[in-house]
Structure formats: structure tokens, C-alpha cells
Design a protein. Structure first.
Length: 332
């Protein structure tokens, strides 16, 4: 799947993760670190082949929802209505299912997008636009390519001739979008707002509220020749998982549950090496939820990937960082 560089960032509820048949590398090879003031008994991880994501009930993470970003020179009501239709249907569960079609189902991003459009009847009752050629940019991970292809199919249905161009990271495609060299990109509201807020103005920083973040994004985008469609409810952001056996043993559904029942010396957090210093990873869990960890198990550069998941499933960590739209996740 991805990854774009994002703030170490909302679990959208309780999900399950199917067992991973294989993992890359050995878990925790980068070492461990122990916080100095952990108190309480804590909870040791219980090995299991299924993971559950705990709900971020205090909204630690920012509103990194999928949103179409459009160069204002090509935006028109018919285009926005077509893209808004995509956003209206897209939630985190559907994004997971879309990713699954590609990451484990063997479909191309274009084929998965076509199936998604048909399943959600996205080309029905749309008004024709002015037409013309469009380039829809995508970052170089499958989720972005899938979303770009969904946009392409919907826009072609109203009279455009669109192509999808996989470009790379935001540093590469954002200037092209601002200059109208590409016209549309599927984006992530909070992360894009962070990128556009070059002055680090607190009044323009993303929040955990979708509407507030989208409003600020609209203001920031106007200075970069950008307009935006309707934000979806589909989140691709940081989430924290335990095994189903751990969740069942301690009756865990939310991060607040975890804080109440599992804060303490026996609790191990797994995540990328920078997690202890990041406000949306260990620091945020400590500040927002009051969770104390007896140990941090570094997964090196693996942020929410197979090494981290295997570490949790093996019971070596009680809880670890994953991503809310990971294709191995599914709703109960």
C-alpha cells in the first residue's frame, strides 16, 4: 500500500485483521526503550492471529480524510458534483475493501476502481460537464492509484477524457497541481493542510474535526490555486491495534478502555523508531489518554507494516501502530 509521509496521526472503530501468512524481517530488531515513570501492573500481550483496532474515542488523531483536490482553473459545478458523489459513498470500511481488492485480491487499481464505481452506482444521474482532457495525479501507492482511477471513471462518464498519472510523493505532485500541469489529486485533508501551512500558523493547523480541517484547507488552498470537493469520511491515519485475544481478555474496545485497564509496567508499545517522540504516537497516547508503557519496542522504519503486525500477533507487544485503511483490516 502506501506510504506518504504523514504526521504520526483516528481509528474509525473496531476492526479485525486477518492473519498475515508471512512477515518481513524479525520483530523489534532495532531495540527497546523503557519509559522512566511507568506505574501499575499493565497488560502483557496475548498472542493471536487476529488483530483489533481500538477506537480513538478521545480523538487524538487528526482528520486525515480522503478529499479531492482540484486546480481552480478546471473546477466547475458538474465536476464537483461528480467528485462529491464519490466522497459521499466513501467511508473507511469501503476504503479498506477497495484496498483489499488490489493488495490481496490481485486486481489492478483500475479494475478495483471500476468495481467500486459499479457497486456504488457512481455514474448515475450525473450532469454532463464541459468536457476536455484531464490528468489525474496519484501518489506512488496503491490506495492513491485506486482513488485516482475512481475519479477518472466518474469524470469520464460526464464527458471528460481523463488519464491517471502516478507521480510520486506530495513534494513532486503538489507543485504540478498548483501549476495546472495536473488537474486533480485524491488527497488527505489534515496532511495536505499541514503541507500548505508553511508559516506554521496555529489558526491554520489541522484538527481532529473534519469540518474545521476542511474549512481551513479551503482557505489555505485558495492561496495555491486549489479548490476542494466534499470531504469523505474515509480515514487513512494512525490507529492502534491489539490482538483479539488481548482485547477479549481485558474487554478492550477503545483506547480509553486500554488506558484504564492496561496502563503500566507489563505493557509494551510497538511502533517505528520515531514513535516515542511523535505527538500522534506514544506522546499522544500518554498525553491524551494517560497511558503509561513499561517498554517501547522499536520496529525501525516499519510504520504500521508487516513487522509491527507480527510483533503484536506474536504477543511480544501489547499494542502497536497500524493504519486505519490497511487492506488486511475488515469490519466485524
Amino acid at each position: 500500500m502506501r506510504r506518504l509521509m504523514r504526521p504520526l496521526a483516528l481509528a474509525a472503530g473496531l476492526f479485525t485483521v486477518a492473519a498475515l501468512a508471512a512477515a518481513c524481517g524479525s520483530a523489534g530488531s532495532s531495540g527497546t526503550a523503557a519509559p522512566s515513570k511507568a506505574s501499575g501492573a499493565g497488560c502483557a500481550g496475548v498472542a493471536d492471529t487476529t488483530l483489533v483496532v481500538l477506537q480513538d474515542d478521545k480523538h487524538l488523531q487528526q482528520a486525515d480524510v480522503v478529499i479531492p483536490a482540484i486546480n481552480k482553473a478546471v473546477a466547475n459545478p458538474q465536476m464537483l458534483a461528480a467528485l462529491d458523489g464519490v466522497s459521499t459513498t466513501m467511508d473507511t470500511n469501503k476504503l479498506i475493501a477497495l484496498n483489499k481488492m488490489v493488495d490481496s485480491g490481485g486486481q489492478t487499481p483500475a479494475a478495483a476502481a471500476q468495481a467500486y464505481v459499479q457497486q456504488n452506482n457512481l455514474t448515475a444521474n450525473l450532469q454532463k460537464g464541459p468536457g476536455g482532457k484531464l490528468i489525474i495525479g496519484a501518489a506512488d501507492f496503491s490506495e492513491s492509484e485506486e482513488l485516482a482511477n475512481v475519479y477518472k471513471i466518474v469524470l469520464d462518464s460526464i464527458g471528460y477524457q481523463s488519464t491517471v498519472q502516478t507521480i510520486g510523493n506530495r513534494e513532486l505532485y503538489l507543485p504540478q497541481l498548483e501549476q495546472n500541469k495536473i488537474q486533480i489529486v485524491p488527497e488527505y485533508a489534515a496532511t495536505l493542510l499541514t503541507a500548505l501551512n508553511t508559516a506554521n500558523d496555529p489558526a491554520m493547523a489541522p484538527t481532529n474535526d473534519v469540518n474545521s480541517t476542511a474549512t481551513r484547507l479551503t482557505t489555505a488552498g485558495a492561496q495555491h490555486n486549489l479548490v476542494f470537493g466534499k470531504p469523505s469520511t474515509a480515514l487513512d491515519t494512525n490507529a492502534f491495534a491489539v490482538t483479539k485475544a488481548t482485547a477479549d481478555k481485558y474487554n478492550l474496545k477503545t483506547l480509553s478502555d486500554f488506558a484504564q485497564k492496561c496502563s503500566g509496567k507489563a505493557t509494551t508499545l510497538a511502533g517505528p523508531a520515531e514513535c516515542p517522540q511523535r505527538p500522534f504516537c506514544q506522546l499522544g497516547l500518554q498525553k491524551t489518554y494517560g497511558i503509561q508503557f513499561g517498554q517501547f519496542l522499536s520496529q525501525g522504519s516499519d510504520a504500521g507494516g508487516p513487522i509491527t503486525k507480527k510483533t503484536i500477533m506474536d504477543g511480544k507487544a501489547t499494542i502497536g501502530l497500524v493504519f486505519s485503511s490497511d487492506s488486511s483490516l475488515s469490519t466485524p
